[in-house]
Design a protein around this ligand. Sequence first.
Ligand SMILES: [Zn+2]
Length: 285
Amino acid sequence: MNLFAGLEKFGFKSTEEVDLFAEEKSSAKEAGEEVEKKAEEPKEEEFLLEKSIRCIVCDKVFKTKVVKSGKAKRLEPDPDLRPRHLYIDTLKYDVSSCPYCGYTALNRFFEHLTSAQIKLVKEQVCSNFKAGVQSTNPTNDYDKAIEMHKLSLLNAMVKKAKTSEKAYNCLIISWLMRGKIETLDPSNSEEKEKIESLRKEEETFYEQAYDGFIKAISTEMFPICGMDSSTMDYLLAVMSMHFKKYDIASKSLANVITSPSASRKIKDKALELKEEIIKELKQKK
Ligand SMILES: [Zn+2]
């Protein structure tokens, strides 16, 4: 249809098909591109600050990088609650490691050591620890972050930490592997190999985390690693589903759905997951 038919009398030559909004679209696009160019991606270090802390084991002061609170924009977390932020993976910075003696722990646990635990760390970590070259990088890359979290897990074992602390540490390592995988390109054959081996490691740590949490909920009091019982039940449901343990998944979800204290948001997530389980079980039959 010719939109401008009838205007010939005004001296406008009738054209056949026109796209009324063609120019508008392209100019809007150009404007959009300009905006994008202007707003450059912020660098990871802009979200960080250096904090000095005193090592509770060797009493020396060292610097650690922490994420400025409230600066990074939260994105929708993964189904298993792995937190995600725009421009930065904050999980890389939730650990502190003393470069002098090797004592390392997740930040939330770093300062909470009994004197008996300090003794264990001194005997089994500090005495063997070889100080590496201190990194001058303004940010932690995934390899560095994974290394620090593994060192933190080793410390947790040595100091006979609670089951939940070790499980949580494993969960974060598996999440870091997942984060690293997201930075690799599966169409590149070398990186594809890396992805495969990282997936295996991610799975191993995920399983350790799962076994640990299952044990922790029957031996520890809530909150566990900052999680209330509904959050933990929901997390366990997602993980149970991953390991195809549908009975545990259903039980954990029922706990969330019937809990008088669970928030609407987590209940909705639980109901969604319940539908998924029902679907998966139907497909299996
Ligand atoms: Zn130290």
